[in-house]
Every structure is written in C-alpha cells, then in structure tokens.
Design a protein around this ligand. Sequence first.
Ligand code: ATP
Ligand code: MG
Length: 293
Amino acid sequence: MNTIMIDRGEMDTGASPAEPPLSGQAPPSTPALQSLPPSSSTAPALSVKDLCVYFGPNQVLRSVSLEVPARAVTAIIGPSGCGKSTFLRSLNRMHDLVPSARVEGEVKLFGQDIYGPGVEAVLVRRRVGMVFQKSNPFPTMSVSDNVTVGLRLNGLRRRALLAERMEQSLVMAALWDEVKDRLNAPAISLSGGQQQRLCIARALAVQPEVLLMDEPASALDPLATAKIEDLILSLKKDYTIVIVTHNMQQAARVSDFTAFFYLGELIEYDTTSKIFTSPSQKRTEDYVTGRFG
Ligand SMILES: Nc1ncnc2c1ncn2[C@@H]1O[C@H](COP(=O)(O)OP(=O)(O)OP(=O)(O)O)[C@@H](O)[C@H]1O
Ligand SMILES: [Mg+2]
C-alpha cells in the first residue's frame, strides 16, 4: 500500500525545467518565529505554523510550529510512532493521497502557503521532492528512464536535454561513475544502496528546492550509508534538506538543526550541537542519550 502511494507521489513530482514558483513571486522575507533555531542566519525555506494532522478521529500531530532554514540540513528525531513521517509528508502534501487524512494549520514554502486555495499538490511536489526509507525505483524500467521519468511525465521530450539532466542528476547523487556503463540495465539490477541513490537522482532530476528524506539509509550497510551521508552534506549548498532518522550519530553527523518530536508534539528544536550536548528539555536529553525510545 505504501508503495502505491509513494509511486503516485513520485510520479506527480515530474517537473519542467522552467516551472514557475507557485504564484510567480520571489521568496519574501518572513519575520522570524520563535520556532526558528536561534543561530540560523538564513531565511526559512519552510515555515510551519500550528500544524495539526488527523487520520480519521486520531490526532497525530499537535500544533507543530517550526521554521526550516534554507540550504541547511534539518533532522527530525523521536521515538517510533511520534509523527515524524506524518510531519514530513505534510510538507509536500502527500496526505492528499490518504482519504482519512486531514491537515490543519499553515505550511509556507518560501512564503507561499502550500495548502492555499488554488495551489496544486502536483506543483508543490515538484518543488518539494521526497526520498523514502525503502527505495522504490520502477524495477523493470532502466536506470536512465528511472531518472528521467518525472521529466518525461511532465512533457519534456528533447533527447539531448533529457540525457543532460539524467547525467547531472546521477552525478549529483554520486552514482554516475557506478552506472554510466549500464544506463540501460533495469533498476532492479543495482544494489540496494545504488537503488536508493537512484531514487535520490530521480528526485533531483526535477530540480526541487527542498528534499525530504524519510530514513533514507536505514536499510543500508555502513558503506552505503556513508555515501548517502556524504551526498546529503554535498547537496546542502544548493538544497534545503529535511531528514528523518532514528540514528542519533547520523543526525549529529549530517544535520545543522534538529527537531525532537514526542507523541505528536515538537518538544525541542535547536542547533544539532545544542540538542546533542545541552538540550533544554529533559525528554530530549533522555531520548538522545538512549534512555528511552
Ligand atoms: N495513513 C495513515 N492512516 C492512519 N494512521 C496513520 C497513517 N499514517 C500514520 N498513521 C499513524 O500516525 C502515527 C504516527 O505515524 P508516523 O508514521 O508519522 O510515525 P513515525 O514517527 O514516522 O514512526 P516510525 O519511526 O516508526 O517511522 C502512528 O500512530 C500511525 O499509526
Ligand atoms: Mg516514519
């Protein structure tokens, strides 16, 4: 079931290179909310205010407010079931695909409300790409077609441009050297770590502004994990990245800011070094030191 939803979402992300912003405006400067980590100097890419998410009668997120700085890595941590994936999915309107889901509150992408009237989810997903825990390439489709699928779905036909964007995306995903001689092989012939980087290349091909990653390395061995982490660090100069991880060392290694969620609430949000060395909340300290969760 998850896969069907994911595939649809991924297919919806196909973008044209010249896709205009949601309302064609430049990102405005937004007044800092209290929820912005204190040492962030960049304007927020995402501003989330009083976000509540329900599945049927169950409230899963409780009035979450936070600002995600642009061109930085923000980690979302917390025990299983606390709402991390639910939060991430609300940042690119993935819940639109779940009939029982209801989202309240505000999510602004560079100042524009992604849930605003007339804003299409498909356009939002082109600007906010997503990579999932379980890599989900189209298994029988070739490596190159997997990368360009979003572009082609969006009507891009020029072979030279498709080839250029395919190579660029694979280079960015640190996969080009490993697959350049087998671009026509089926995606399923790649290793697990390569398939995950292929999914990252597919997400990058449509040139999103924000990349959401839900435990992107949890199924990978240490070497493949290190490659994904290096990739995240290299991408952050151009992209805003929000990553969910259960791996505290990983959060500490790759992220600039960390948000700790517990039972659907944002408990603490600060620089990663503060969260891991001197958090202000006891529950955060207990979690990052492994006392629960
Ligand atoms: N599509 C859905 N329909 C109904 N309930 C859902 C749905 N998705 C998530 N939930 C519920 O929302 C709560 C939070 O789930 P979520 O997947 O966000 O947790 P998580 O923090 O990502 O956990 P994990 O670390 O295990 O991935 C859970 O109780 C879950 O059962
Ligand atoms: Mg999850």
